[in-house]
Design a protein around this ligand. Structure first.
Ligand code: UT7
Length: 324
């Protein structure tokens, strides 16, 4: 008998305000055509003035709890992935804990930028497998609109705001890869590549929030190689191969990266969840948003093998293989 972490519920929240590519074209030297063809993005959501990461995360968490048929009091822990916390401290996760009225358990943030949700899921899985928690709310939530340089056309058109959440629950398995739930996890980082994607401000350096800086083409090359590598590593760990994949639920940075990774793994694009056209890159929120969309559209069937994969600032990257 083995403990497995299974997905019990999924939910998301997107801010009301939708910003079309045309809105950028009115203000900076860009076009709807360039953004669409080079990235796959048509529009994104931006948080309203005063709307915070914790508020969006709470809305997504409530949707995931509802989907799971659970109350906040059923949850033992909250792990929230974000690079755009409400405050320097306390953690955004504890703010969600308070907003949900949770009086027990523990909550903390994980910071691995766009790979944050994979890292959060890995931590939640480890807590469940070690018996420290039975039900964990895993959230990815971001307000990247607050750290963008709106004069930099190479980055400001890429990102959006939003939040996604899932409830992970302990279940009994056999230890075989026929079990439902998380079958393998692969995490990686290489801090020597930090200049490819970073924010130029922080508490102990500048004392400012800073804005996002990216070397897009260089990062693109790393993404295509590293995402396929981590996918193959986690598939092998689970005793599976490319042929076993039913769905890819990727981080949504660029449709060309998503398509190249799917091609390498031999998965047709109609088996890849793509939210990029309507949401842009929501960093740590992109995978749970895609999971929530895929589930609400009835795409995942019991027994399907899902590959979740992401790369971002750090660089940090990784993947999770799970059976739905
Ligand atoms: O989420 C974390 C992970 N993120 C990623 O993995 C992102 C990886 N990188 C990318 O997705 C792509 O590199 C970008 C979408 C960021 C950029 O696409 P690209 O095809 O690599 O374009 P580029 O940076 O090589 O720029 C090509 C041209 C340049 O003009 P010149 O020098 O050829 O005259 C840019 O100045 O496109 C220009 N350009 C733009 N033109 C119109 C850059 N941004 C824009 C823009 N509108 N918004």
């Amino acid at each position: 008998m083995t403990i497995r972490s299974v997905v019990r519920g999924v939910g998301h929240y997107l801010p009301e305000r939708v910003v079309e590519n045309a809105e950028f074209a009115e203000k900076i030297d860009t076009t709807d055509e360039w953004i669409k063809t080079r990235t796959g993005i048509s529009r994104r959501h931006f948080a309203a003035e005063g709307e915070t990461t914790s508020q969006m995360a709470t809305a997504a968490a409530l949707a995931a709890l509802k989907d799971a048929g659970l109350e906040a009091s059923d949850i033992d822990a909250i792990i929230l992935a974000t690079s755009t916390a409400d405050l320097t401290f306390p953690s955004t996760a504890t703010m969600v804990q308070a907003a949900l009225g949770m009086t027990k358990g523990f909550a903390f943030d994980v910071q691995a930028v766009c790979a944050g949700f994979i890292y959060a899921l890995a931590n939640a899985n480890a807590l469940i497998l070690s018996g420290q928690a039975k039900r964990v709310l895993v959230i990815g939530a971001e307000t990247f609109s607050r750290i963008l340089d709106f004069e930099d056309r190479a980055t400001c058109v890429l990102f959006g705001d939003g939040a996604g959440a899932l409830v992970l629950e302990a279940a009994t398995g056999t230890g075989e890869n026929t079990d439902q739930g998380i079958l393998s996890v692969d995490l990686n980082s290489d801090g020597s590549l930090r200049d490819l994607l970073y924010v130029d401000g922080g508490v102990s350096s500048t004392g400012t929030v800073g804005v996002l800086k990216m070397q897009g083409p260089e990062l693109f090359k790393h993404a295509v190689v590293k995402l396929a590598d981590t996918a193959r590593t986690s598939l092998a760990q689970a005793g599976l191969s490319d042929d076993d994949l039913t769905w890819i639920v990727p981080h949504q940075a660029n449709i060309r990266i998503i398509a190249a990774t799917a091609k390498k793994l031999g998965v047709p694009m109609d088996r890849v969840i793509v939210t990029l056209p309507d949401q842009g890159n929501t960093s740590a929120a992109s995978i749970p948003l895609a999971l929530s969309l895929g589930k609400s559209e009835g795409k995942f069937k019991a027994g399907d093998i899902l590959l979740l994969e992401a790369i971002g600032g750090g660089l940090a990257w990784g993947s999770v293989v799970l059976r739905w």
